[in-house]
Design a protein around this ligand. Structure first.
Ligand SMILES: Cc1ncc(COP(=O)(O)O)c(C=O)c1O
Length: 383
């Protein structure tokens, strides 16, 4: 074992090859990798993808035009501060653009927020069926996820507060929540924000806010404006139909915006996303069309499901959680197999602790009708 030259390095020499392999930071190997919804149905039928909560109306034609218009600028770095986009978002919602941070999808912002404020020894709370990126972001930074139970698939402020300890550094609240479609009324979110110790960051993830039409809902703007520890995240992936471009934004208290700007990639939002995002946010009529389409077909689907005897959790998002009986051949997995064989792809939810349910995005008219026809034949009720 002795080396012929130089000082002895016993520790290094004693290591086996395997021990010398790089070791990930604490927590990372406990992460269950995120599994996105399937894109393709089995058997080559026409596929209606209702597994990822994408907009059936697509992007605004103005956003598509803006995307095309930057095709000859691909050799240029984008504006690192996403200034025009922040101005456009700020103008639309009456916000201070300096308090907005843009990201490559709200996923990136959730990761940045966790990275900035979580470390080993910290706890971060999310609810039972909260968005799966939260436990990933928590563990990726060595912190410990703490699960707060829900009531009727809805986050409970009391349950969250009951889990706050001296170690709690963050609370993630998806409002509305994916995959349940439920929401927490504004007074309750406010009560949560006010009851949390000021050192705890409250992340209100409002990815589906554009779809919500309820007087008792508020996406989080007011709380961010009045509290130093609340962040609201938003996305262009859902109602704006720009999922492929990866674009999201966070509205933050100034100190938090400053922190996120220090750690984000200097050019984290690409040129095409910035250009399309500005056009999309200014095309309010396309957004209204998308929300109107969602309202109309959500109501239709709820009625059709009820007529089939299937239970769906009331949803304010652009998707529905459909429950199936726990009976062999009639359960959620069997339904998914049948629908998939008929060209309709829904989201299995075993990873969310909901193996008895499937999540269906509100799709185009053809997709929604194909879903109901597929369910009818699955239940033996004739298509
Ligand atoms: C609750 C919630 N938050 C955040 C996201 C992430 O969206 P994106 O990274 O596309 O902005 C999603 C996407 O499914 C979501 O459902």
């Amino acid at each position: 074992m002795a080396l012929s030259q130089g000082p002895a390095q016993p520790e290094i020499i004693a290591l086996t090859n395997q021990q010398q392999a790089p070791v990930a930071q604490p927590g990372i190997m406990q992460i269950a990798p995120y599994v996105p919804g399937k894109s393709k149905a089995a058997g080559g039928k026409e596929t209606f993808k209702l597994s990822s909560n994408e907009s059936p109306l697509g992007a605004s034609p103005k956003a598509v035009e803006a995307f095309r218009a930057v095709a000859d600028q691909l050799h240029l770095y984008p504006d690192g501060g996403s200034e025009a986009l922040r101005e456009a978002i700020a103008g639309r919602y009456g916000l201070n653009p300096r308090h907005i941070v843009c990201g490559a999808g709200s996923d990136e912002l959730l990761q940045l927020i966790a990275h900035a404020y979580l470390g080993p020894g910290d706890e971060a709370i999310h609810t039972t069926h909260g968005f799966l990126v939260y436990p990933i972001a928590i563990r990726a930074n060595g912190a410990t996820p703490v699960v707060a139970p829900e009531t009727d698939y809805t986050a409970s402020v009391d349950a969250i507060l009951a889990r706050v300890t001296a170690k709690t550094a963050m609370v993630f609240l998806a409002n509305p929540n994916n995959p349940t479609g439920t929401y927490v009324v504004f007074n309750e979110v406010k009560r949560l924000a006010q009851a949390l110790p000021p050192r705890v960051v409250l992340v209100v993830d409002a990815a589906y806010a554009e779809y919500v039409r309820r007087n008792d809902y508020e996406a989080g703007i007011e709380l961010v404006a009045t509290m130093p520890n609340v962040i609201m995240t938003r996305t262009f992936s859902k109602a704006y139909g720009l999922a492929a471009l990866r674009l999201g934004w966070a509205y933050c208290p100034p100190q938090i915006a400053d922190v996120l700007n220090r750690i984000r990639g200097p050019f984290n939002v690409n040129l095409a996303a910035q250009a399309a995002g500005v056009a999309a946010i200014n095309d309010t009529s396309h957004l209204e069309d998308a929300v109107r389409h969602n309202d109309r077909w959500m109501a239709w689907l709820v009625k059709e499901l009820a007529a089939l005897g299937l239970e769906a959790t009331p949803s304010v998002g652009n998707f529905l959680l459909i429950h199936f009986p726990d009976a062999k051949g009639r359960d959620a997995h069997a339904a998914d197999d049948h629908l998939s064989a008929n060209g309709v792809v829904l989201r299995r939810l075993d990873g969310y602790g909901l193996p008895g349910a499937l999540r269906a995005t509100i799709g185009s008219e053809a997709a929604n009708r194909a879903l109901v026809a597929g369910l009818k034949s699955f239940l033996g009720k004739g298509a």
